[in-house]
Design a protein around this ligand. Structure first.
Ligand SMILES: Cc1cc2nc3c(=O)[nH]c(=O)nc-3n(C[C@H](O)[C@H](O)[C@H](O)COP(=O)(O)OP(=O)(O)OC[C@H]3O[C@@H](n4cnc5c(N)ncnc54)[C@H](O)[C@@H]3O)c2cc1C
Length: 383
């Protein structure tokens, strides 16, 4: 749903200009230094990008899902590490509070998230609990008006920068699986929280992940999301349903950029006396990429519209995440092929994109987990 086309167009124009004038020129520096320049993060704050999804009442832009994906199509025509700066706050880090938090929790935290004063992270994965997230072992034991958290969370995006973590922990050890899990808002730094070293990743330099270790970390009972124990896994799954459409939109944006670069190269590079874009075998790679990209874009917009209508989009969100992330990998692979040797060396940036996009098929549920969700929903609906 688009509420006001004119206002959205103005936002899309300013995001487009920001990407072209500020982000694209900084791509190499970010890859080399493994850091996003603070001036760029400040500009993101001023543009309101941290508050895209947060209600206007709390200082955000309150975009609908369709508006959000259209912004992501534009914002992600550059290194995906830039999106990652706002990604956990706009998406998985804030949405648990927004969806299931109490009015007091929302009033306390959402304005600071919307302004970008606080960066948030979503802490579900553990060393022994990845795809099987419901088996998580981090415990939260009630002690007076606090809970005491113990355990380790793994691969937590933006944890080194975060001022707030949404942490899924087991409040009921007697209930294995999802039922015993609760979600907490944890402010950082706090006594009892330490961090592992920053992970050395295949791609997306500038976006940081690390372990977060809880050792007797006392969290006020008032920070149990919704003040209800046993609801945390449901909150996490609702957050991920939305997050999967978000990631699929990211894949569309990045794939569009990769394909633009590959097309430009194919039109300029000459072999056998002609631009390689005139060879039909190269055209096939361009056309297949364009076709799959269009399909993914249509899927993402459709799923976003359905979600805006209040429909259950669990299946559609997984279809989008599965197809768009695999599509993005294929587009990046074909782009390397189109650039030939130039695609393999660092100077043209395509090998960097090839590495950057690999993680889309892994996080927020691997391709296999999306397949399982889709098939399980199909069987349930048919029974
Ligand atoms: C860069 C990065 C950022 C991340 N950010 C966050 C974050 O901010 N917060 C967070 O909580 N987590 C985060 N994660 C964790 C991410 O969500 C997990 O890595 C992902 O869910 C997969 O879990 P795993 O790595 O433990 O793999 P595993 O679960 O061990 O899976 C390994 C392989 O087995 C397959 N597999 C597992 N179970 C099944 C099954 N039942 N059937 C078929 N195949 C199966 C998987 O598909 C995969 O191919 C991040 C990860 C990365 C790499």
């Amino acid at each position: 749903m688009i509420r006001d086309q004119e206002i959205l167009d103005a936002l899309l124009d300013s995001v487009r200009r920001f990407v072209r004038e500020r982000l694209v020129p900084a791509e190499n520096e970010v890859a080399e230094t493994d850091a996003i320049p603070p001036a760029i993060v400040d500009e993101m704050r001023r543009m309101g990008l941290f508050g895209l999804t947060i209600p206007e009442a709390y200082g955000g832009l309150e975009l609908t899902m369709e508006e959000e994906v259209r912004v992501l199509f534009e914002l992600c025509r550059t290194s995906p590490a830039f999106r990652s700066v706002i990604g956990s706050t706009v998406g998985i880090g804030s949405q648990g509070i927004l969806m299931d938090g109490t009015p007091e929790q929302k009033a306390k935290y959402l304005p600071r998230l919307a302004s970008g004063e606080l960066i948030s992270s979503f802490a579900l994965t553990e060393p022994e609990a990845g795809s099987d997230a419901a088996s998580l072992r981090t415990t939260a034991v009630r002690d007076g008006d606090h809970y005491v958290l113990d355990g380790t969370k793994r691969f937590i995006t933006n944890a080194p920068q975060a001022g707030l973590l949404t942490v899924m922990a087991r409040t009921d050890p007697a209930t294995p699986g999802a039922g015993g899990v609760s979600a907490f808002i944890v402010e950082t730094p706090s006594p009892g929280i330490s961090y592992g070293r920053i992970d050395r990743k295949m791609g997306q330099q500038g976006a940081h992940t690390c372990d977060v270790i809880f050792d007797g970390c006392r969290v006020p009972a008032a920070n149990l999301i919704g003040l209800k124990e046993g609801q945390g896994f449901k909150t996490a799954m609702k957050v991920l349903d939305k997050g999967r459409i978000h990631i699929a939109a990211v894949c569309v944006g990045v794939a569009q950029r990769i394909l633009d670069d590959a097309l430009r190269y194919a039109m300029e590079r000459r072999q056998f006396g002609r631009p390689i874009a005139e060879f039909e075998l190269v055209q096939a790679m361009l056309a297949d990429s364009r076709t799959e990209l269009y399909a993914a874009q249509c899927m993402v917009v459709d799923a976003a519209r359905r979600r805006d209508e209040g429909r259950n989009v669990s299946t559609e969100a997984s279809c989008c995440k599965l197809f768009a992330s695999e599509m993005c990998g294929r587009v990046a692979d074909r782009a390397v092929q189109i650039l030939g040797g130039a695609g393999y060396v660092a100077d043209h940036g395509i090998e960097r994109f090839y590495r950057d996009v690999r993680v889309f098929r892994l996080y927020e549920g691997t391709t296999q987990i999306q397949q399982i969700i889709i098939a399980r929903n199909m069987i349930r609906d048919a029974s």
